[in-house]
Design a binder for this molecule. Structure first.
Ligand code: GTP
Ligand code: MG
Length: 344
């Protein structure tokens, strides 16, 4: 057997929550912190996802994360829209995720899509933590850029602390009403049984070190075995969106969670009526920002390995379905792969 040995892939983290509660801002903040640390190149923007490697997480988290304690390569974040009309995108993100962050605005509290996201996580049994966001908007808040929550909490007035505590306990109460036992994350011993609530601000970065630390710890502790994959094996993924792209025709934005997909692979994709068997024409990644003025927004790559977000251009994708499986055939039996796609 000449295949590569098993290795650990990046856990897929879905970011879910009500509209405007700060999901995208939180990811922007994480990206921005890396830019400030002079490591912009290390965070890569994938199709529909952001990959943050372990050394960057460790840089942002400071003393909270020692990279030697971890062997997972980092985290792959999938942003989802909070608007009520995007239920299917949220379910897809939730179903794909190994772990999730439920973002709740501390002042706005639980809202309809917060509850909907909770239902999705319950159904898919996805472990998650709650980011109680926008703590900087608590009246009287004294911001301290990018510090762990403990450092900033200590420097707030009694009144401000009391206001924040009230909002946090309301969120914990709401979670309890939905059947989740939750507490402030530093009191949680077993993150599988109890939901940790992490106070953060996507604006000032306060609590972001804690959030990344908890996500890394949760993945390392409970997900490690599930992350063991044969990286060189035939790729497996899920279609997030089916999109027309100028010059490429119909493409599928795919999150790959197992193996590798190559630019010359035959793939089987779930279709409206029956599985589509087709050959990859191009694998596309977003271009780095510096090159945005070139004619195409995308750059062609020869192969990608899990976990990653990738746009696949191929003939006959018009009937491909969002949420459907994508499987690479390579040296496998085609009929067997078709049967697997049909069964999913
Ligand atoms: P959808 O994608 O539409 O569901 O929204 P979202 O959850 O991605 O929210 P987004 O990040 O777009 O933020 C919505 C608004 O809240 C923006 O104006 C942000 O600047 C603001 N915002 C987000 N996080 C914070 C925060 O921590 N503090 C403050 N003060 N404002 C925030
Ligand atoms: Mg958003």
């Amino acid at each position: 057997d000449t295949r590569d040995p098993t290795s650990l892939r990046t856990p897929i983290v879905a970011v879910l929550g009500h509209v405007d509660h700060g999901k995208t801002s939180l990811l922007d903040k994480i990206r921005g912190s890396a830019v400030i640390e002079g490591e912009a190149g290390a965070i890569t923007q994938h199709i529909g996802a952001t990959a943050v490697p372990l050394d960057i997480i460790s840089t942002i988290a400071g003393d909270l994360v020692d990279p030697d304690d971890f062997d997972l390569p980092g985290l792959l974040f999938i942003d989802t829209p909070g608007h009520h009309s995007f239920t299917t995108l949220r379910s897809r993100g939730g179903a794909l995720a190994d772990i999730a962050i439920l973002v709740v605005d501390v002042n706005d509290g639980f809202q309809p899509q917060t509850l909907e996201a909770l239902e999705i996580l319950k159904r898919s049994q996805t472990p998650f933590i709650v980011a109680a966001n926008k703590i900087d908007t608590v009246p009287g808040w004294n911001p301290k850029e990018d510090v762990p929550i403990n450092d900033t909490y200590e420097s707030q007035s009694d009144r401000v602390r009391q206001r924040l505590d009230e909002s946090l306990y309301e969120i914990i109460g709401n979670l309890s009403d939905e059947g989740f036992s939750a507490d402030l994350y530093w009191r949680v011993q077993n993150f599988q049984r109890n939901i940790g609530v992490v106070p953060v601000s996507a604006m000032t970065g306060e609590g972001v070190p804690d959030l990344l630390t908890v996500m890394m710890g949760l993945s390392q502790r409970y997900m490690k075995e599930e992350m063991e994959i044969d990286v060189a094996g035939p790729g497996v993924g899920t279609v997030l969106e089916v999109k027309e792209e100028k010059g490429f025709g119909t493409t599928i934005d795919t999150v790959l969670y197992d193996g590798t997909i190559r630019a010359d692979d035959t793939i089987v994709v779930g279709g409206m009526n029956k599985p589509i068997v087709t050959e990859v024409r191009a694998l596309l990644q977003p271009r780095p920002l510096a090159e945005i003025r070139t004619e195409s927004r995308f750059e062609k790559v020869d192969e990608v390995s899990a976990a990653s977000g990738i746009k696949v251009a191929a003939p006959d994708l018009a009937d491909a379905m969002a949420g459907a499986p994508v499987r690479v055939v390579r040296d496998r039996d085609l009929e067997e792969v078709i049967a697997e796609v049909e069964a999913e």
